[in-house]
Design a binder for this molecule. Structure first.
Ligand code: SF4
Length: 263
């Protein structure tokens, strides 16, 4: 069963091994996933209809509405002395598709500076829009950028991430990531019971490592399925293999952390 879409702009705090205690911010319209990718492992199910493009359709929260909601929630957190490790922009889809992404980010940074100056502000992005000028200016304001890169060759990339959308060839993604500055690459490894999808093979990992080196990634988060995926035949990759992949990343001079499937 796919996760239901989020109903509000703020959510959580969500506890995760990767991000600690994270207060979530959802910039997507309520009621359904909006993403320009269609990952086979997506916890929100398949991307439906035309909910794929920047600013398309109704219901996007305005920059002012986001500012109000996050301000109220941060004030409440301060009053209650809530422990938070970061403010994380993510939500049920790709947050950089918000039509006022740069303005929203400017407002969130100002709020954080005023209400919770020690709270890092992070974003989870699928990386497809990192080369778009306005999105890039927004991305550069975050303290922490978690950028998706699950494959380095076009065939594996298309199979696992569903491709489609305007900026989604793997080369375009790599061009967008180059020069972005410090970032953590997030990579989900999965295989498919039908043998059609597997980004953990030696060949796929070699291409992915070359892609990581070409974008000068410093830190890489390696993980596998922990929630029901869109494609029911997907399987998690064994922890042993995730550790081997992490070993290759370290041998190439990058920091690698493995987040294995919970028991
Ligand atoms: S990028 Fe994220 S939200 Fe979009 S389809 Fe992939 S996993 Fe789902």
């Amino acid at each position: 069963m796919a996760l239901p879409p989020l109903e509000h702009i703020t959510y959580g705090p969500v506890r995760s091994r990767r991000l600690g205690i994270s207060l979530g911010v959802n910039l997507l319209p309520p009621g359904g996933k909006v993403c320009n990718m269609n990952c086979a492992y997506c916890q929100y199910g398949w991307t439906r209809g035309t909910a794929r493009y920047r600013g398309q359709g109704a219901g996007w929260p305005t920059a002012q509405a986001v500012e109000r909601a996050v301000s109220d929630r941060l004030m409440r957190a301060a009053e209650r002395n809530e422990m938070l490790d970061r403010l994380t922009v993510a939500g049920h889809g790709e947050p950089t598709l918000h039509p006022e992404f740069e303005d929203v980010t400017t407002r969130l940074c100002a709020l954080r500076n005023r209400i919770a100056p020690r709270l890092p502000i992070a974003i989870l992005s699928n990386s497809t829009t990192a080369g778009w000028a306005e999105v890039r200016r927004g991305l550069e304001m975050y303290d922490e950028r978690y950028m998706k890169l699950d494959a380095g060759d076009p065939i594996t990339y298309a199979r696992i991430n569903g491709a489609g959308g305007p900026a989604s060839s793997v080369e375009q993604v790599l061009d967008g990531l180059r020069g972005l500055g410090a970032m953590t690459i997030q990579a989900m490894f999965v295989s498919d019971a039908n043998g059609e999808i597997d980004n953990s093979t030696d060949g796929a990992v070699e291409d992915w490592l070359r892609a990581l080196e070409s974008v000068r990634a410093e830190r890489v988060h390696i993980y596998t399925l922990d929630r029901p995926p869109a494609l029911g035949s997907l399987r998690p990759v064994p922890t042993r293999r995730l550790r081997e992949i992490a070993g290759h990343v370290r041998a190439a001079g990058m920091i690698a952390e493995v987040f294995a499937k919970k028991k």
